[in-house]
Design a protein around this ligand. Structure first.
Ligand code: DON
Length: 309
């Protein structure tokens, strides 16, 4: 077991080296046409620790489509604004099904199993669309505040690309609405959802944004509390149990950290009280999670000895 300053950088260098020699199988997401254009060999990693130190390699400063990682930010915002009422409309159990599955909704009366599957994230989006006059601006403001970077923005080309082929999410919102679990106009909810997924951020920016989940709801350099300790505990629990859909068990087993993936190939993981780490590699495994990203994080927790288990 090892930890500490230069050790993190040494370990990241080792991970970069090891995976430059190994070819993992995986496929860049193509159901969102714009994502298929991203080169498959992008690979970067960034770790931000509680001392405010940064460690990284590769394409860690290049922005990519955060996709489902955005569901952590929207969940945090929804928990802030509506509190525990949220849990009347979305559950907290792992689904064991793919991220875009509709099948459980029928037996569950339109209550999605958790906020990270698409159905749950669409209900969370509806909550934000109801609460804010301008939900897109509210989401960006939240991100600007927790990263200190006001240039973080939607990629409207990616949002339009997803919308053009978004048949399954259209079906999902309509189905949820038929159960009474969507308050707003379907188009409005989907427009917000496609935009939240299109946000472009780098590994470095994501690690900085996730420090609030490492540091009990606070940034490192300000006393402002963005989330309460109770909210952070719950969000981390949901990342641990549901962050990787029907691969949440495997991620816990191999990596042992709360985390969230996106079909842009990003994965963010947190070790409460220690660090936030982001890895980006676009080719996905069959469950829709970055193949190399999972392997790299397994190496990180093995080499540092820092998993939560
Ligand atoms: O709704 C979708 O299908 C995408 N915008 C996001 C899916 C996603 O990132 C799943 N995660 N691995």
């Amino acid at each position: 077991m090892t930890s500490g300053k230069q050790e993190y950088q040494k370990i990241l260098n080792q991970i970069q080296q090891e995976f430059s020699e190994i070819q993992l199988s995986g496929k860049v997401a193509s159901y969102i046409p714009e994502l298929a254009k991203v080169p498959s060999d992008k690979f970067g990693m960034h770790l931000y620790d509680l001392n405010g130190e940064n460690y990284s390699f590769g394409d860690s400063n290049e922005r990519f489509s955060i996709q489902s990682i955005s569901k952590v930010f929207t969940l945090a915002l929804a928990m802030k604004v509506v509190g525990d009422d949220l849990w009347n409309r979305v559950g907290v159990e792992p689904s064991g099904d793919p991220f875009n599955s509709l099948s459980q909704l029928e037996n569950d009366s339109g209550i999605p199993r958790n906020p990270f599957i698409n159905a749950g994230a669409l209900v969370v989006a509806d909550v934000l669309v109801s609460y804010f006059t301008n939900p897109k601006a509210a989401l960006l403001t939240f991100l600007h505040e927790i990263t200190g970077d006001t240039s973080i923005d939607f990629d409207t080309t990616v949002a339009a690309s997803e919308q053009s082929e978004g048949y399954r999410n259209y079906a999902m919102v309509n189905y949820l609405k038929s159960f009474g679990n969507i308050e707003n106009d379907v188009e409005k909810v989907l427009d917000f959802y496609f935009h939240q997924c299109s946000i472009a951020m780098s590994c470095k920016e994501l690690s900085r944004a996730f420090i609030i989940f490492v540091n009990h709801g606070n940034l490192l350099d300000s006393d402002r509390e963005f989330l309460t300790g109770r909210q952070v505990k719950r969000i981390n629990a949901l990342m641990q149990t549901c962050g990787f859909y029907d691969e949440a068990g495997e991620f816990s087993f191999e990596v042992g950290l709360p985390g969230k993936s996106g079909v842009g190939g990003g994965i963010v993981a947190v070790h409460p009280n220690h660090f936030a780490v982001t890895v980006w590699s676009p080719p996905l495994n069959p469950k829709g999670n970055s193949a190399l990203g999972m392997a790299a994080l397994e190496r990180l927790t093995t080499l540092t000895g820092y998993s939560i288990f």
